[in-house]
Design a protein around this ligand. Structure first.
Ligand code: GLN
Length: 262
C-alpha cells in the first residue's frame, strides 16, 4: 500500500530525493511499480527532515504532512527545491480501510529525534495490545496520534525506544509479537534518528542502495541505478551512510551480512 523512503548522506534537496528521480516517491504516489496492495497512494503524504547543524534543535526533525495526494499540493515543488537535508524520511499513503484519513495518520510519525513509517496493515488492530500481551495504559491510548494501525504500532515501538531499547530490538520485538497473533499482518517499517536507519521487511517490498557516504532505503528503487538490492522478506536492515547490514528478523543479535561500502 503505502510507499516510503529514508535517506542518510550528504545534504540533498528534497527535490533530488523525492520529486526528481524518475521513480521517486512523487512518481510512486500515482504509478508505483512494485506495489501489491492498493493502486495509488492518494490518501496523504508526509516528509520529515533533520535540520542542518548548528540549529537550535538539531536532533529534532521537522515535518510537513498533508491529507491530500502529494501531486495536488502546489507547495511541494517550492519546498522540495528549497529544503536540503542530510537525513530524510518520507511517505505517500494509501489508507487501510478502517483507519482514519486525517493529516495525523500520514507518516512519518515522530517522537523526539525519531521518525517512523509503516507500510502494511494489521487486522483487528484495536485488540492487538491485549492479544499480543502488550497492554496500554489509558494515558498512552489517549495520547495516540491517529486512529490507525500504524499509530498504534508506533506507540508500542516508541515506548520501548523511550525506555532505552535499541531501535533494532524495539522493531523486532513488536513485529514478532504482532506476527505471532496476527499471522496475516504486513509490517514493513522504517525508523531513523537522523544518523542511522533501522528497517524491517515483513510483507511489503523493501530495497536499499548503499554508496560511499550515503544510503537510501525505499519501498522500491527510485531510479535505474544498478546498486539497488532487495531486502529479503523477514529481515531487519541496519543502515548508516555508506553501509547496510541485513539480519534475519528472528535473530536480531545474529551475525548478519554486510553490504555496501563505508
Ligand atoms: N495501514 C497504514 C495506514 O493506513 C499503512 C497503509 C499502507 O501501507 N498502505 O496508513
Amino acid at each position: 500500500m503505502c510507499r516510503h523512503l529514508a535517506y542518510l548522506g550528504p545534504p540533498r534537496s528534497l527535490a533530488e530525493l523525492l520529486t526528481q528521480p524518475p521513480h521517486g516517491l512523487l512518481a510512486q504516489s500515482w504509478r508505483p511499480r512494485l506495489q501489491r496492495h492498493g493502486t495509488v497512494n492518494a490518501d496523504g503524504f508526509g516528509i520529515g527532515w533533520y535540520l542542518p547543524e548548528p540549529a537550535p534543535c538539531p536532533t529534532r526533525p521537522a515535518r510537513y504532512r498533508r491529507a491530500v495526494p502529494i501531486w495536488t499540493d502546489a507547495n511541494v515543488p517550492e519546498l522540495a527545491r528549497a529544503i536540503h537535508s542530510r537525513a530524510v524520511l518520507a511517505a505517500v499513503r494509501s489508507a487501510t480501510p478502517g483507519c482514519g484519513h486525517e493529516e495525523a495518520a500520514a507518516a512519518p510519525y515522530a517522537l523526539g529525534r525519531w521518525l517512523f513509517s509503516h507500510n502494511g496493515a494489521v487486522g483487528d488492530w484495536r485488540q492487538l495490545p491485549a492479544d499480543a500481551g502488550m497492554p496500554l495504559e489509558p494515558d498512552e491510548l489517549l495520547g495516540v496520534e491517529a486512529h490507525c494501525d500504524s499509530a498504534l504500532l508506533w506507540l508500542l515501538i516508541s515506548r520501548r525506544l523511550s525506555a532505552g531499547e535499541p531501535p533494532a530490538d524495539a522493531l523486532a520485538a513488536v513485529v514478532r509479537a504482532t506476527a505471532a497473533v496476527r499471522p496475516d499482518a504486513r509490517l514493513t517499517l522504517l525508523l531513523t534518528d537522523g544518523r542511522t536507519i533501522a528497517a524491517v521487511r515483513h510483507g511489503d517490498s523493501l530495497w536499499h542502495r548503499a554508496a560511499p557516504g550515503e544510503v537510501l532505503v525505499a519501498s522500491e528503487p527510485t531510479d535505474g541505478d544498478d546498486g539497488w538490492r532487495e531486502v529479503p522478506d523477514g529481515s531487519l536492515l541496519l543502515a548508516a551512510p555508506g553501509a547496510a547490514r541485513i539480519l534475519p528478523l528472528g535473530d536480531p543479535a545474529g551475525a548478519g551480512r554486510e553490504e555496501g561500502t563505508s
